[in-house]
Design a protein around this ligand. Sequence first.
Ligand SMILES: NC(=O)c1ccc[n+]([C@@H]2O[C@H](COP(=O)([O-])OP(=O)(O)OC[C@H]3O[C@@H](n4cnc5c(N)ncnc54)[C@H](OP(=O)(O)O)[C@@H]3O)[C@@H](O)[C@H]2O)c1
Length: 361
Amino acid sequence: MEQAHALAAIAEGTTSPNPRVGCVIVNAAGEVVGAGFHRAPGSPHAEAAALAQAGERARGATAYVNLEPCAHHGRTPPCADHLIESGVRRVVASMVDPNPRVDGRGFQRLRDAGIEVEVGLLEEEARRLNEAFCLAHEKGRPLVTLKAGASLDGMLSAQAGVSQWITGPLARAFAHRLRMRHDAVLVGAGTVRADDPSLTVRLPGVEAHRLRAVIAPRLDLDPRAKLFQGESAAPVLLYTRESEVETGRERFEGLATVIGLPAAGDGLDLRRLLEDLLSRQVMSVLVEGGGATVARFLEAGLADRMALFQAPLLIGSDGGTPLVDGQAVSRPAAGWRMTDTRRIALGPDLLTLGRLVQGEE
Ligand SMILES: NC(=O)c1ccc[n+]([C@@H]2O[C@H](COP(=O)([O-])OP(=O)(O)OC[C@H]3O[C@@H](n4cnc5c(N)ncnc54)[C@H](OP(=O)(O)O)[C@@H]3O)[C@@H](O)[C@H]2O)c1
């Protein structure tokens, strides 16, 4: 099963909206006779790749796979049927597929055909391998990762919004890798106005086009901004107030897709924004600031993970942008804590990755 997981993990940022899946076929003598993984939507599923390699040797063998085999016709035929036809005796899977089109049906099909099924081996690891996929199906919205490059005193920019550069080149290269691992990148209008970012993935040897989104309730962005220029195949989405949509569509025609959102409190409804992204097959979104946008996602309870790059630098708070530019919680225990943290030194900077859990008020 560890091998199946390792194979699944090779596909980094290429399978979405599909999950990452690896499969290893082991015969009665304990020899691996087939192994494969899913590379991208439309390409063979892991089970099909592994069974193709095993051929006749799959008869009487055990298939190890990190996710329940599918039972529905998508772009490829159901993997459960494929396994049944191959003559495997036993299927060991790490977890049930949370996709409502599967959700136990794959296992049922295998059991109905007389195949022994075991579920739960390395389940926690399997959920981590497909965190966004699981969350998207369970919560009906994409996984949200907040990302920021901050000073030691928690500032995103110096006076008058100058933020280039707080972190060093290694941290900035890693940030592009984070973009690649997510299906979409999102910022607030303030960041577009201050930084004029292009929000593309720029990594040597990697061609990845991610959807780019901006929350701009007043739609006061310059159509000549970098975001709207260049050859990137990645579309730009502008989320705005319903009242701005008509004029916005004229102003940004051919440059961006303008989408209206209902109000929620004194802002735009972020839950609806995320549902719209999911309808565009976005299973994960990297929210890259600024401070006001980070605060909005936290306050709405819609932030799942954080990637915080910290530079050994002090900026001072007056006139700059704080990492979370919103109302402070009543006491520290009510704040958002990063758990399951992993820390990576990137030259002089420190990256902390983890889940966000809100404390009790
Ligand atoms: N160091 C870093 O990693 C980093 C990253 C990003 C940005 N920055 C810096 O941060 C600064 C910008 O941050 P900021 O806090 O001023 O701006 P911001 O968060 O980029 O954008 C805030 C604006 O976005 C819109 N917005 C976001 N969420 C909304 C919601 N739920 N409802 C309604 N409107 C929403 C509003 O637009 P309107 O203003 O149109 O109402 C709001 O004023 C810049 O100086 C930039 O350089 C640093």
